[in-house]
Design a protein around this ligand. Structure first.
Ligand code: TRP
Length: 336
């Protein structure tokens, strides 16, 4: 809670490659709408990115692109705190302290750790295993009340809650125990090639995901190739028609129409017409964001100002919590 009674929201996205339509509809878009009711803190979580091998120049580029994307999607640095995780040293420092109360067994059980270990067998590094502890540190440093995340991050949030409670019990009340905030619809957009897998930026099949940078022709091509279900009806049924249901969800989220309205619109029209309209709706949504992002990326001075001010505000809040933590665990304060 802030002094004026607003709940604190924290969330972040990794600057690794292409942001998908799923990331946008499931997360970033909802953030914009939360800014008035909550004190929002949005981070580009670059420390998390290096748990998987990155090209340094690419990482730098993607970081600035993601920052510009946040702003292009309506995140307002006058209302919210926007910053790069690596600009606030307290994230790594608190992660170290939390490491000492996190058990290897509970980290070893994390679904994402197991998945990523399978995918990157040549680089199962300690950072990959530690990833959820760093994420807990992100959240707990700001005394966060609410964390908007996709379903796939729920287990990590659960760990953040466990670590907060464990620390509070072992020492004394220090951290707010955060609650998840999972948007009812659009929290999970599925792959266009396989409706039982999440739309992911690391999918090897490039037709599986719509990226926020895709142009009109690419969007049209990807939807044309999107898998559908047997029969030709545009109808929502997760059990019988998971692929078409996913497409309907996307159409509904892009147009603001209800699922029932969307079904009615394409009643008797078949998949061809539906996919064309869908591609158009998605492109209409993406185009203004892409234009804004491109403009912002040209304004380096402005982006740097946002980063500088964001880091100042974030550092102030984070250091307050870290000092408390250091005191509780018994570290002698620095002599000033
Ligand atoms: N792990 C999150 C993801 O991949 C990103 C993330 C890092 C995050 N730190 C966070 C999300 C803190 C919410 C809060 O989606």
């Amino acid at each position: 809670m802030t002094p004026d009674g607003k709940k604190i929201v924290f969330s972040g996205v990794q600057p690794t490659g292409n942001i998908t339509l799923g990331n946008y509809l499931g997360a970033i878009r909802n953030w914009g709408a939360m800014q008035d009711e909550y004190q929002c803190i949005f981070s580009v979580v670059d420390l998390h990115s290096i748990t998987v091998a990155q090209q340094p120049a690419e990482l730098r580029k993607h970081t600035m692109e993601l920052l510009a994307l946040y702003l292009a999607c309506g995140i307002d640095p006058e209302k919210s705190i926007v910053f790069l995780q690596s600009h606030v040293h307290a994230h790594a420092e608190l992660a170290w302290v939390l490491d000492t109360i996190a058990y290897i067994g509970e980290l070893n059980r994390m679904t994402q750790f197991k998945d990523k270990s399978r995918k990157h067998q040549d680089n199962i590094n300690m950072g990959l295993m530690n990833y959820p502890v760093l994420m807990a540190s992100d959240i707990l440093l700001y005394q966060t009340d609410v964390v908007p995340v996709g379903k796939d991050q729920k287990q990590h949030l659960e760990l953040a809650r466990t670590l907060a409670e464990r620390f509070n019990n072992r020492y004394s009340p220090t951290f707010v125990v955060p609650e998840p905030y999972i948007a009812k619809q659009g929290a999970k957009i599925m792959s266009l090639q396989n409706p039982s897998a999440k739309m992911s930026k690391s999918d090897e099949n490039e037709n599986a995901s719509i990226f926020l940078t895709d142009d009109v022709a690419t969007v049209a091509r990807k939807f044309k190739r999107a898998v559908t279900d047997s029969d030709t009806q545009v109808r929502y049924s997760l059990s019988e028609k998971p692929a078409v249901s996913n497409l309907l969800t996307i159409y509904s989220l892009c147009t603001g129409k209800t699922i029932a309205q969307c079904e009615k619109e394409f009643d008797g029209l078949g998949y061809g017409v539906f996919k064309e309209k869908l591609a158009q709706a998605v492109s209409d949504l993406l185009k203004p964001i892409q234009e804004k992002q491109a403009l912002l990326l040209k304004d380096k001075a402005y982006l740097e100002k946002v980063l500088k001010e964001g880091a100042e505000k974030a550092n102030y809040l984070a250091n307050k919590t870290l000092q408390k933590v250091y005191k509780k665990v018994g570290f002698v304060p620095p002599i000033r």
